[in-house]
Design a protein around this ligand. Structure first.
Ligand SMILES: Nc1ncnc2c1ncn2[C@@H]1O[C@H](COP(=O)(O)OP(=O)(O)OP(=O)(O)O)[C@@H](O)[C@H]1O
Ligand SMILES: Cc1ncc(CO)c(N)n1
Ligand SMILES: [Mg+2]
Length: 586
């Protein structure tokens, strides 16, 4: 009857049928139940299943509790099988991968807890934290260390482990043998799928984060529990009694010797190997050696690479990767974050932090904050067209420049048949022009181009990327417009987080084939229902703009125009003239 390899659900059902208690009631009790379970119950009931149904109900709960922990005991090698066998999830709720980091705080936020959280966020894994020490630290060095008491480390561990069920625990700075002991006790009480140990001892600035008294605890208590340990050269040397490591061959033999201490895998990191032009790390898994090589990034912004590598390995393990592919992905991630951040400047010391999320330079390059979107920007909305530019022999950027000179208040690049590389280059040029005039630039449909040139936003049609997805990808500050012909589509655009809608075709047009004309009536209906500002589009020009602007609905903010500006000899003159009529009718 009892098979600890089966999901808890089955046990709940067994118990429910034998005790006439509802499965839901048992599950609720189990969830609330937080006391450590004496192993004796687990052992006793496993050995003698019959005892289960006759045992007092609170012992049965303890038993179930211990089994649910037992299920999580399985280590990395069983990770995949475990994931397939997981408990059925309550409908609509997703269990996300979760790493618990047990480490020190770095006030400069390049290493320690802060690096772990950023790395996990970048790798899309939830990260909880148990803080072992608070350091006063910057790019110059470590100015102070305040160690958290053993009792309070234990309390943090219990809070997280008893409730939030992290998949993987990653350790960083463990400043005292007492804290290592507390951690090992907690890990025995609350089992997790994998343990990643970064045996932090000395910061790159040379400051001691855990003294040599820690070595015995690492060797005797923590490393034997580890699925992978990730010493740098100095730490590997310290673990082995001080022999210097100077070559890749030395790293191989160190990995093998550390493996004898008890961890399942040893990754000796060679970030600080002076003789190597590559960044080489060496793994020994008890049988084979593996070398992970990448080009060495020429930068001094490497503070926290070790913490980041270890927490990204933990993140990949939590997502179900094997150890080998976890290391491969983690190393590639560190390399690309270093490369992205190589010319960043934070702090005056020797070793700066890097940007885990690879987004900071976007803000640095746009030093003057961009003005937020205003519905009034929609007044005269110029939409480019590659065929018209070709016909008149204009480049995209010349067309945009002339429209802005004529008074266009917002620009959209709608390039249906440009090559991606040419389009990106042209978009960058157009963006520089728009920025210098304070005019927002949007890209039609191509989210990738908008991201690559950091445009102000995108405009999407009903068969393009859904606005909700575009919003997730582009973030809260970009402008998103959606083409809508009906009140239902307008409502959906609002729910999806768009900023405005484009409604049309108002008049028949040749720019868009097979485009349904909604007419002025259709436009008015959509405007009255829309919670978003509206720009009218489709066949609008100097001769027919007045009835649109005089429709009398307050959220109709302007007109979007293609041919009336760009299928003309002088784009700037046409824009100027159209703007005059628009102004006269508002
Ligand atoms: N300049 C670099 N270019 C590319 N990869 C690097 C560079 N420096 C370090 N790495 C990689 O970063 C990871 C961390 O290695 P490193 O030896 O620097 O750890 P560490 O000394 O523990 O780091 P820290 O103490 O600064 O947090 C390894 O995968 C290493 O190969
Ligand atoms: C808190 C903390 N942990 C780890 C390191 C190692 O980089 C550091 N410098 N600071
Ligand atoms: Mg380190």
């Amino acid at each position: 009857m009892i098979n600890p390899g089966r999901p808890i659900q089955s046990f709940t059902q067994v118990l429910a049928s034998s005790r006439h208690v509802s499965a839901a009631a048992i599950k609720t009790t189990i969830r609330k139940y937080q006391h450590p379970t004496p192993t004796v119950f687990f052992m006793g009931f496993s050995a003698c299943p019959q005892a289960l149904s006759s045992a007092p109900i609170h012992h049965q709960f303890q038993f179930l509790h211990s089994i649910s922990r037992g299920l999580r005991r399985t280590r990395v090698s069983n990770l995949r099988a475990m994931q397939q066998e997981e408990e059925p999830k309550p409908s609509g709720r997703l269990r996300v991968p979760h790493v618990l980091t047990v480490a020190g705080s770095d006030s400069g936020a390049g290493a320690g807890i802060q690096a772990d959280m950023k790395a996990c966020a970048a790798r899309r894994v939830y990260c909880s934290t148990v803080i072992t020490a608070v350091t006063a630290q910057n790019t110059v060095g470590v100015q102070g260390v305040n160690i958290v008491t053993e009792d309070f480390v234990r309390e943090q561990l219990k809070s997280v482990l008893s409730d939030m069920c992290p998949d993987v625990v990653k350790t960083g700075m463990l400043p005292s043998p007492g804290i290592v002991k507390v951690l090992c006790q907690s890990l025995k009480e609350f089992q997790v799928r994998a343990l990643v140990v970064d045996p932090v001892m000395v910061s790159t600035s040379g400051d001691v984060l855990a003294g040599s008294s820690i070595l015995a605890s690492f060797r005797d208590e923590l490393l034997p529990l580890a699925d992978i340990v990730t010493p740098n050269l100095r730490e590997a040397s310290a673990l082995l009694g001080g022999a210097p490591l100077e070559t890749v061959a030395d790293m191989h033999s160190a990995a093998k010797s550390i493996h004898n201490i008890g961890p399942r895998n040893v990754l000796v990191k060679g970030g600080d190997l002076p003789s190597s032009s590559d960044a080489v790390d060496v793994l020994f898994d008890g049988k084979e050696f593996y070398e992970f090589r990448s080009a060495r990034v020429n930068t001094s912004n490497t503070h926290g690479t070790g913490c980041t590598l270890a927490s990204s390995i933990a993140a990949e393990l939590a997502r179900g990767s094997s150890v080998l592919s976890a290391i491969k992905i983690a190393k590639r991630y560190v390399e690309s974050a270093l490369d992205y951040s190589k010319d960043m400047h934070i702090g005056g010391g020797r070793q700066g932090p890097f940007d885990h999320l690879m987004r900071l330079k976007d803000s640095a390059l746009n030093l003057c904050a961009r003005r937020p979107f205003s519905p009034n920007d929609l007044l005269l909305y110029a939409v480019t067209d590659s065929r018209m530019n070709k016909k008149w022999g204009r480049s995209m950027s010349d067309a945009v420049k002339s429209a802005i000179e004529g008074g266009a208040t917002i620009v959209q690049l709608r390039e249906k048949d440009a090559d991606t590389r040419d389009f990106l280059e042209a978009a960058k040029t157009c963006l520089a022009i728009c920025r210098s005039h304070g005019v927002p630039l949007l890209i039609n449909d191509r989210i990738d181009i908008a991201l690559a040139c950091d445009a102000d936003g995108v405009h999407v049609g009903q068969s393009d990327m859904p606005a909700r997805v575009a919003r997730t990808i582009l973030g809260p500050d970009k402008i998103i417009g959606v083409s809508c012909k009906t009140p239902e589509q307008a409502k959906k655009a609002w729910i999806d987080g768009a900023d405005y809608i484009g409604c049309g075709g108002v008049y028949p047009t040749n720019t868009k084939e097979n485009n349904l004309t909604v007419g002025l009536e259709g436009l008015k209906t959509v405007c009255l229902e829309s919670k978003l500002p509206v720009v009218a589009i489709g066949g609008i020009g100097i001769s027919n703009v007045r009835p649109v602007m005089e429709l009398g609905v307050s959220n109709l903010k302007g007109v979007a125009v293609v041919s009336a500006l760009f299928d003309r000899e002088s784009v700037s003159t046409e824009t100027q003239n159209l703007l005059k009529v628009i102004m006269a009718s508002t």
